[in-house]
Design a protein around this ligand. Structure first.
Ligand code: ADP
Ligand code: ZN
Ligand code: ZN
Length: 689
């Protein structure tokens, strides 16, 4: 019996029931004074606890088939691999409202679903499908014929989605029960994808058989989708990373779109990678796994190297309709007038595009108006009182906001340090770019004889529900000429009239201490470039050629040389050579032990003690595992909490896993010896160091 309510309860608990229940059955059980949801777990071989001490199962959730063995194996693997409690992972994998529904409520839901399912069947018109290009045909043929896993390495606009659609169709056609799971990195990409899948598959499988699953849905919607997947009624599940845990008894295909995207890694609780779990799940249950990206993660790229051969690499280098990839225009900021924000040639290029009725996209990875306010008289800075970071100036409501802890305060009238009324913003955020750009373009007239319109999309403008969809719709409708935004707008969107993309301040990533920063920057710039010139007909009609503009102080950096050639393989080869020389992932395996405490000394003290204890105990795997000294995090204090971490590295994944598992009990023991320690956690395969 599994009682997943409490993470301090490690393994399964035992309960009594008057008849044998199959593993995977959902039940309600007493725990302390509460009654909680539980899952009947596979009985351990050795245990047969004394019956006298056991409490009885309160009820069995009616009408639900048990969670299958494959699902239980997935959950057990994730808990083991990511060093979390089995119950915690299992519970997190179920829709939250399953915990609250009474038996009657659940029965009513299931009945309603059955009626709807019967109504949906019958409509069997054939779907409209597009004739695949030669490259698409070759890739799709290999996916049909072989077992994978596959890495679909296709340029932006090469038609990867069309290959996913084909593969899903093939999987569903092969077996009348087969289910397909399609993962995308961001909630805001699901509506566009859902539309395409519905247009293609509703005539085949009916409306009810296509469901979404992501955290932006209401608990009721999530439960509905989850039940549809679990009962086999849903044939296609589209979702974000959490959907990797959906119960899919007839899973035949998993697609992971934009597989390199960092948002596949969960950043709290069990810090799982949905992409990595997809590969495990596919292998375990015999489903095909198809990863896709124009800029794969270096891990996946390496695994698909023919010399390594763990994945099959399928290349689609050309854009649909022979649309050209954007030409790179590097602006050397060292050659521009002092304090230039937008280099004059870039403004001239944007002006020219807007006057022709084309759209431009301007990227900056920083929200707000300015990252910090500064007093030149006394040196005061708008530091957050709770964090080791500055509060960002948001001009629109004249607030100072901390992007780490979320605290917000009105902008002071004068310097809190010396009373100087003249405190000034330093640096630039999206808000300021939007304002400056609007000023620079104020005399530009579009072919419809109206003034150029500049709009901004970032986390601040899209807080309200539906706001992003509405803003994107305006862009698609051509009501916006220049769109300023954070990376949110660089990903995935199929803009048809954008012909110029500009990154105005990408340099910080070139010299970051995080070894993945160049990989992420390259991916972001390639993605961003992929938003330009997607529509070959439009480009030809306009006699237009797409461009990617990058403003940089380091135009000689090799990353830009590779970007100019759209040469992901070249970039990846150079990065992988560096990683191999330095024994970094994918040539080594990492985990982080992180500690939060009242003081930095306590946080680091816990980590050091944990490290000493591991050495003293000569834990299994120790000889192959390297423990680094504890260090503060880059932003060391957030919301008054001091944060530190310690890197654990090994050339052997197995040794690292063995070591981490053996370390857990020592960490639990050690915890109580450190007063002021708030929490600790292990992050396996961390995204950022
Ligand atoms: P990617 O996901 O690789 O960036 P998409 O799958 O979004 O590319 O395809 C880009 C555009 O090309 C889309 O508008 C899509 O409808 C269109 N497209 C894809 N494949 C074909 C094809 N075989 N024939 C015509 N148009 C296609
Ligand atoms: Zn001052
Ligand atoms: Zn703060």
């Amino acid at each position: 019996m599994q009682t997943p309510a409490h993470s301090s309860i490690g393994g399964p608990l035992s309960y009594l029931h008057d008849s044998a229940l199959p593993a995977g059955t959902l039940v309600r059980v007493p725990l302390g004074r509460r009654e909680v949801l539980g899952i009947v777990w596979d009985a351990p071989a050795d245990a047969s606890p004394a019956a006298g001490e056991l409490r009885a199962i309160a009820s069995v959730l009616p009408g639900l088939p048990p969670l299958g063995q494959a699902w239980r194996q997935l959950v057990a693997f994730a808990a083991r691999y990511y060093q979390r409690g089995l119950g915690e992972v299992a519970l997190a994998a179920l829709p939250p409202s399953l915990r609250e529904l009474t038996a009657e409520q659940l029965e009513r839901r299931l009945r309603r679903k059955a009626v709807a399912a019967n109504a949906a069947a019958g409509d069997q018109a054939l779907p409209v499908s597009i004739a695949l290009s030669a490259e698409q045909t070759r890739a799709a043929g290999q996916i049909d014929a072989e077992t994978g896993p596959f890495l679909l390495f296709g340029s932006t606009g090469s038609g990867k989605t069309e290959v996913y659609l084909h593969s899903v169709q093939a999987a569903l056609a092969a077996n009348p029960q087969a289910q397909a799971l399609v993962l995308v990195p961001e909630i805001n990409l699901t509506p566009q994808l859902e539309q395409r899948f519905r247009a293609r598959f509703e005539p085949l499988v009916g409306h009810q058989a296509i469901v979404s699953l992501h955290s932006g849905m209401t608990p009721a919607q999530r439960l509905k989708s989850w039940l549809a997947a679990h009962t086999g009624q849903a044939r296609i599940v589209l979702g974000t990373r959490m959907a990797i845990f959906a119960s899919l008894p007839h899973l035949a295909l998993i697609v992971v779109d934009e597989e390199h995207d960092a948002s596949y890694k969960q950043q709290e609780g069990a810090r799982y990678s949905a992409r990595d779990l997809a590969l495990w799940r596919g292998r375990d249950c015999g489903a095909k796994v198809l990863l896709g990206s124009a800029t794969p993660s270096l891990e996946s790229w390496h695994a698909s190297d023919p010399a390594v051969g763990r994945y099959q690499r399928l290349a689609m280098p050309s854009r649909i309709g022979a649309a050209a990839l954007p030409r790179l225009r590097l602006v050397d900021m060292g050659q521009q007038p002092r304090r230039t924000v937008f280099a004059p040639p870039l403004i001239a290029a944007i002006t020219e595009r807007v006057e022709k009725g084309e759209q431009c996209l301007v990227l900056l990875n920083r929200r707000g108006f300015a990252p910090v306010l500064h007093c030149h008289a006394c040196g005061w800075k708008s530091d957050c009182p709770h964090c080791s970071a500055a509060q960002v100036f948001h001009k629109i409501d004249r607030t100072l906001r901390c992007h780490h802890c979320g605290c917000s305060a009105p902008v002071p009238r004068a310097c809190p340090g010396c009373g100087n009324p003249d405190i000034a913003p330093v640096g630039r955020g999206t808000e300021q770019l939007e304002e400056q750009l609007a000023a620079l373009l104020r005399n530009v007239i579009t072919p419809e004889r109206r003034a150029a319109r500049v709009a901004r999309i970032d986390a601040d403008t899209t807080r309200a529900k539906g706001a992003l969809q509405e803003q994107l719709a305006q862009v698609h409708a051509g009501e916006v000429d220049v769109l300023v935004g954070t990376q949110m707008v660089a990903k995935g969107h199929d803009f048809r009239r954008v012909t110029l993309v500009a990154a105005v301040q990408p340099d910080s990533a070139l010299f970051s201490s995080d070894f993945r920063a160049p990989e992420r920057l390259f991916a972001l710039l390639m993605q961003a470039a992929g938003r330009a010139g997607r529509d070959a007909h439009y480009m030809a009609a306009h006699q237009s050629a797409p461009e990617l503009w990058v403003q940089t102080w380091h135009p000689g950096h090799p990353l830009f040389a590779a970007l100019r050639r759209h040469d992901y393989p070249g970039f990846a080869a150079q990065q992988l050579a560096e990683r191999e020389a330095a024994a970094m992932p994918p040539f080594s395996h990492q985990a982080l032990l992180r500690a939060d405490a009242r003081t930095q000394e306590t946080a680091q003290g816990f980590l050091q003690a944990a490290s000493d204890a591991a050495r003293a105990a000569r834990l299994p795997g120790t000889d192959y595992v390297q423990l680094y000294p504890p260090v503060p995090l880059a932003v060391q204090r957030v919301a008054g909490v001091e944060r530190a971490q310690m890197l654990i590295e090994s050339a052997h994944r197995g040794a690292l896993q063995q070591f981490l598992a053996a370390w857990q009990p020592l960490l639990h023991d050690e915890r109580h010896r450190h007063k002021g320690l708030l929490r600790w956690l292990v992050d396996v395969d961390p995204q950022a160091i």
